[in-house]
Design a protein around this ligand. Structure first.
Ligand code: ATP
Ligand code: MG
Length: 180
């Protein structure tokens, strides 16, 4: 863990009371972060796919966003941009990604990659610009969201992110340990 993790410029903690609140923050992120790599971290049912669905709809995707649990990746073309939604939960070996042609996706500098279960894809997947960690609160509905900026792109996006519900208090419960 580095000290920047606790710097207000590089991390945001937001409490999401329901799916509507989640959709709103996903739409705000979609505006300030248009291309690059986003990791979505959190346990089963934490809301990673729900977050991605709201993000893609906010970008202008019309239609379903299904979980790529078995296909590992679902590609989209949204307003001329390539968007790739990964779910690596069932990936047995990260090097399978090479066989799937992940390098081709990475060649597209304008692409947006949203990656669920990124820890299963290391070290083959590209480094994240943003890492989102979702945790289910005791009421089973509220989600605690931690947004970390891990590159200059990510920092620029987080600096531009306006959110009313931004929490100054850093809860101890959301640690980096969860995805290491
Ligand atoms: N505040 C909330 N925000 C998001 N989802 C919520 C919220 N409250 C309840 N839910 C429900 O939690 C579930 C989240 O499921 P989702 O598939 O998005 O999780 P996931 O993190 O992608 O899980 P997996 O690791 O299995 O892919 C959905 O059924 C959603 O309706
Ligand atoms: Mg999912």
């Amino acid at each position: 863990m580095t000290t920047t993790t606790h710097d207000q410029h590089f991390v945001r903690y937001i409490e999401l009371a329901d799916e509507i609140a989640m959709s709103k923050i996903a739409a705000q992120l979609a505006q300030v972060f248009t291309s690059g790599v986003v990791y979505l971290v959190g346990g089963l049912g934490a809301g990673k796919t729900t977050f991605t669905r709201a993000w893609l709809h906010a970008k202008g995707h019309i239609g379903a966003v299904k979980s790529p649990t078995y296909t590992l990746v679902e590609p989209y073309q949204i307003k001329g941009q390539s968007v790739f939604h990964f779910d690596l939960y069932r990936l047995n070996d990260p090097f399978e990604l090479e066989l799937m042609g992940i390098r081709d996706y990475l060649d597209d500098r304008n692409a947006l990659l949203l990656i669920e279960w990124p820890q299963k894809g290391e070290p083959v997947i590209p480094a994240a610009d943003l890492q989102l960690t979702l945790q289910i609160a005791d009421d089973d509905i509220t989600r605690q969201l931690k947004i970390e900026a891990l590159s200059p792109f990510g920092i620029a996006a987080l600096t531009d992110l306006k959110c009313d519900s931004l929490q100054k208090h850093i809860p101890e419960s959301i640690g980096l340990e969860a995805h290491k």
